[in-house]
Design a protein around this ligand. Structure first.
Ligand code: SAM
Ligand code: SF4
Length: 362
């Protein structure tokens, strides 16, 4: 095993790979997928578990140390447990994590743990059962809550909860942040990103700071009409943190306190962490829109159909599928290095992309 790490054209070491195991999902979140799901694709279009594992074996030699399995919903893939097991056996891979909506975790957590999965992130945007069903279209709140319970029970560490905040949804963000008080749960608030197309409801006005403030959706009282969402729906992390902290004081929990560098949950990445006094877990903020973290970006993405994507916000992709299938390792690595060399310095303006988030591997 070689230990060298590849660097891109801007000196960033590339050590983290996010893999979309599938583009399918058992939910249909309004901001991520069209109601009918992603267009069906021929079986052969998607990488097999063996092909994914082989790719990881090759890039582990080029400095990849951490792998995240995502999608789509990675747990709807029947290959997920064997894939984790194969990845665990690859020398150099130090950390395997998974991002999930949690619904299938109660069933799969023990097998995933035994196969060698280190940690999980579970997406949960609201604690209101009705709103949860409106956002996810096919999901029920209790499924995801049980998924969080299962993750804690089976010893995944850390357990992170990801919440995408959308202004006009008026989510109870303090209620979500409170999940961190009693149990070692790390609740992270993510700024909504206008990505995808009209069917996922992403108009493309981009200046978060100058966007007008909005109330509940007038066209869809009590409902979720994502087609009207725009940049004003991105709530800057700073504003959110102040709101949650004030609610903490009002509820007698105290204000959020910053968690020192290095004391946050492992795999912290671009999140900044805070904590209610004495809480078991933390509250994190990921400011993909208001505060770009491109200068520290150490990641590449592999799409479900075998394309390397150097930046979430750029449609430039480099397919390794044919080379993988031809058994041409040298070609796979040449394409990988080329993709790294073309990783953009930063995303100035979020343009929206040709693909849905579920296809890219959010
Ligand atoms: N199905 C899994 C899940 O929901 O956790 C993994 C895939 S999902 C695409 C990964 C994450 O991307 C989720 O936390 C989801 O909320 C987030 N996401 C999807 N579309 C988004 C958007 N437009 N802006 C911000 N986050 C988004
Ligand atoms: Fe599925 Fe995750 Fe997208 Fe929701 S965010 S539709 S759970 S892939």
């Amino acid at each position: 095993m070689s230990t060298h790490e590849l660097h891109d054209g801007f000196g960033r070491g590339i050590s983290y790979l996010r893999i979309a195991v599938t583009d399918k999902c058992n939910f249909r979140c309004v901001y991520c997928m069209p109601e009918e799901g992603v267009p069906p694709r021929a079986h052969g279009e998607l990488l097999s578990a063996e092909e994914i594992a082989h790719f990881v074996r090759l890039v582990a030699d080029e400095g990849i140390r951490r792998v995240r399995l995502t999608g789509g919903e990675p747990l709807v893939s029947h290959r997920i447990v064997p894939l984790v097991r194969e990845l665990r056996a690859i020398p150099g891979i130090e950390d395997i994590s998974l991002t999930s909506n949690g619904a299938l975790l109660p069933r799969l957590a023990p097998e995933l743990r035994e196969a060698g999965l280190d940690r999980v992130n579970i997406s949960l945007d609201t604690l209101d059962p009705r709103q949860f069903s409106q956002i996810t279209r096919l999901g029920r709140l209790e499924q995801t809550l049980r998924g969080i319970d299962a993750a804690l029970t089976w010893g995944f560490d850390p357990v992170k909860v990801n919440c995408v905040v959308v202004r006009r949804l008026q989510q109870d963000v303090f209620g979500l942040a409170r999940l961190s008080v009693e149990r070692p749960v790390h609740v992270r608030f993510i700024e909504y990103m206008p990505i995808g197309d009209e069917s996922t409801g992403t108009a493309r006005a981009h200046d978060v700071a100058e966007a007008p403030r909005q109330g509940p959706d007038p066209h869809c009282p009590g409902g979720v009409d994502a087609s009207a969402w725009d940049a004003s729906d991105t709530v800057p992390s700073e504003e959110l943190r102040e709101r949650i902290s004030e609610a903490g004081v009002a509820a007698g929990l105290g204000a959020l306190e910053p968690v020192g560098e290095g004391s946050g949950p492992s795999g912290a990445g671009p999140a900044r962490y805070w904590r209610f006094p004495g809480a078991a877990g933390t509250v994190g903020f990921i400011s993909a829109m208001s505060n770009h973290f491109c200068s520290q970006c150490n990641r590449m993405r592999l799409t479900a159909d075998g394309a390397i994507r150097p930046c979430l916000f750029s449609d430039a992709e480099y397919s390794v599928r044919d080379a993988l299938r031809a058994g041409d390792d040298a070609r796979v690595l040449a394409i990988y290095r080329d993709a790294i060399a073309h990783k953009p310095q930063e995303h100035e303006v979020i343009e929206g992309t040709e693909r849905f988030m579920s296809q890219i591997g959010g």
